[in-house]
Design a protein around this ligand. Sequence first.
Ligand code: SF4
Length: 486
Amino acid sequence: MAAGPWPTSLDVGQVICLGLVALQHRGQESAGIVTSEGTSETHLNVKKGMGMINTIFNDENMKKLKGNLGIGHTRYSTSAASEEVNCQPFVVHTVHGVLAVAHNGELVNCDKLRKQVLSRGVGLSTHSDSELITQALCLNPPDGEEDNGPDWPARIKHLMQLAPLSYSLVIMMKDRIFGVRDAYGNRPLCLGKIVALNGSTSPEEGWVISSESCGFLSIGARYVREVQPGEIIEITNTGFRTVDIVERPENRSLAFCIFEYVYFARSDTIFEGQMVYSVRMECGKMLAREAFVEADIISSVPESGTAAAHGFSREAKIPFAEVLCKNRGNTIGPIVKLLKDAGAKAVHVRIASPPLRYPCFMGINIPTSEELIANKLDNMKLATHTGADSLAYLSVDGLKKAVRLNIKNTKEIGHCTACLTGEYPEPLEWILSAYAATRPQLLSPSSILLTTASGVGIWGVNPSSASSWLLSAAHLVPLKKATITS
Ligand code: SF4
């Protein structure tokens, strides 16, 4: 965020911290905040650490995060290890002053970019894409620059041409922040304005850029709009402006991550002019049309499947009831058993997402194709495997229809469905070579986990009994080594 007149009356560090709390679902491994007081070319205030927001920031270290502008990040690791050295934002000192960068996403061609950066004599201390981006921005552009200093927008544009996806970035210098979204619009980014609390008609007090809008209300900000695919935005103490919009290579389609709607984003976030909750509800309605089953009640595994369960309930005209309390775990096999042990005569599982069949190379941790349970078992076998009486997924077409139903600007829509269909936004060969070179193989799972993402449950049907039961669901994601349960 960057606040209005400087020095600002806003506690910028505190506001960013509150914003990160609202984004905690996007990463729980580490977090960081960097602020600038707007005057020093050589100094930024930095606090980073491993763990959740509430364990990293306290009254004492927050006092040091003074400033008129700042950026923050909360991380879960994809390509680089979960270690302190990879905590973001990254801060580097350049001949043109200090620079801080925070990154959401994963560079699919990071090998190529890494070679380019290393060949210019720059050493890299981590395997993090974010350090790579930071160092790439620090390089003098091939065509040189004017005498009066670095042309940051031109450098950012050059980086975007070298690395077309996938990222949303915030880049902070002494007195300005650039917000950048990849040209495919794969990763989300939106703009908000901080308004005066006293209801006065005075101008906005500051501007904020965020991966999701869900935290805006808690920091006194109002949603303004999405950062457009390929757009570079600059925010300063005088406001915001669009600096440039970078085109997609070969005019390829937009590829906003459809999985943000299914699982990743908080349900009160707005993407493409619609609230995620309403899309999840539509997914439930669509699933009721595609895979209806008679049942006494509909329920969900709390809480990511709840919106879809409500949608299913409305469409199927079967009452919704809460059956499970949070904290009972979300592995479907034990849940089905629990329900049957409690007397349910039948448990039907409905999953408000198509099955995950392919890995993601763009910032979401999804195991390899070989490990995905949906590639091994059909619905009937999966139902048997989990002890359910039936199991069905939402179709890819059904998901796309649910997502696109209420998008007003239909002029240009495009969603990445690669983990569901294997159709990647960039040519597969290139992505596979990047994958082989950069990503360690995951271990084969010895058990499966059914996440509660957009799961919708249907409760048991027993023609000879009034007793009904519950429940739930989600897509099947095999566990990695660290999380395998017996
Ligand atoms: S592959 Fe799946 S998770 Fe990855 S960006 Fe595409 S839709 Fe999102």
